[in-house]
Design a protein around this ligand. Structure first.
Ligand code: FES
Length: 322
């Protein structure tokens, strides 16, 4: 029996034991799951744009945006990934109504800005999950907004029925037809002062970044799941493993974690996205280049710890406690 609320041993964050109260196929590849506290208490409110880390019974932790979470019950949407490493495949194939799992408290790095001006929401694929609650909230508050949502087939888009109920502010596009959206045109045609929000596949985010290059960054909001890809000019560095005396080279094409795993070094990991803390490695010498989402500024500045799945090195050598 899971404890009703306990601490994440890795990073000291609150996690909650929840039960899967309902599951629904929103599209052929997207399943929504409703999670309730196992004692039917209210879960912490999740504002639009929040995500929670879901710890599954197979030991895998994954971040999922909260489609609905302001009433103490979370609805998440999980797309089956063709290259699933145990997250989405587990949710689709093994998770069932009545199962108990754990979720973190919600975190929001993609929150709606506090302004009364227009908002342009741009979603691609499963990227609709943080933007749908934003659209609901903007509509409820009577603020001007529009949503453009590109999916492979608009007719079977996840949440299409609810989106259509939101009215003519929602524009559905099929990437399988000629309906691909022109992000540059949408951005340049927007009313001055518009805030732009985008979540979708990497190609869409890159196009969005390009389209908003000259816009005040305070009005540009992007949700990228997981750690940013290593920069194209990422260099090599040496990892010295203090306990074993071994040395492992990390090339520009490999993450620190993958270099360790390929060298046969046993390192815990789960999300591979810099959000769960399970791959934390203690640094004894050298300067890490942090690319995770969980260390505090003080922890980063201490140079004493790093997340191996996404972080690299500023110095030529890192000595780690492995
Ligand atoms: S594996 Fe989750 S933070 Fe690295």
């Amino acid at each position: 029996m899971q404890k009703q609320e306990e601490k994440n041993a890795g990073r000291g964050e609150s996690v909650f034991a929840v039960q899967v109260a309902a599951m629904r196929l929103e599209s052929p590849a997207v399943l929504s799951i409703e999670l309730r506290h196992i004692e039917d208490r209210a879960l912490p409110p999740a504002s639009p744009g929040s995500h929670v880390d879901v710890r599954l019974a197979n030991g895998v932790t994954r971040p999922y945006s909260v489609v609905s979470g302001e009433e103490g019950v979370y609805v998440l949407a999980v797309k089956r990934e063709t290259d699933s490493r145990g997250g989405s495949a587990y949710v689709h194939d093994r998770l069932r109504v009545g199962d108990m799992i754990q979720v973190s408290a919600p975190r929001n790095q993609f929150a709606l800005a506090d302004h009364d001006g227009p908002s342009l929401l741009l979603a691609g694929g499963i990227g609709i999950t943080p933007l749908l609650p934003m659209a609901r909230t903007l509509e409820r508050k009577g603020r001007p907004w529009r949503l453009h949502y590109t999916t492979s087939h608009a007719a079977v888009a996840p949440f299409a029925r609810e989106l259509r109920q939101l009215g003519e502010r929602v524009h559905l596009h099929s990437s399988a037809s000629a309906g691909r959206i022109d992000l540059g045109a949408l951005v340049s045609d927007a009313v001055p002062g518009t805030h732009f929000y985008c979540c979708g596949p990497e190609g869409m985010l890159d196009a969005f970044t390009e389209a908003t290059r000259d816009i005040d960054p305070a009005r540009v909001h992007v949700e990228r799941f997981g750690a940013a890809a290593p920069p194209p000019d990422a260099g090599s560095f040496e990892l010295r493993l203090a306990r074993s005396g071994r040395s492992v080279m990390v090339g520009p094409e490999l993450s620190t974690l993958d270099a360790l795993l390929q060298a046969g070094v046993n390192v815990d990991y789960s999300c591979r996205q810099g959000i769960c803390g399970s791959c934390e490695v203690h640094v004894l010498e050298g300067i890490p280049e942090h690319r995770d989402e969980i260390l505090t500024e003080a922890e980063r500045a201490s140079n004493k710890t790093m997340m191996a799945c996404c972080s690299r090195a500023c110095s030529a050598t890192l000595v780690v406690d492995l």
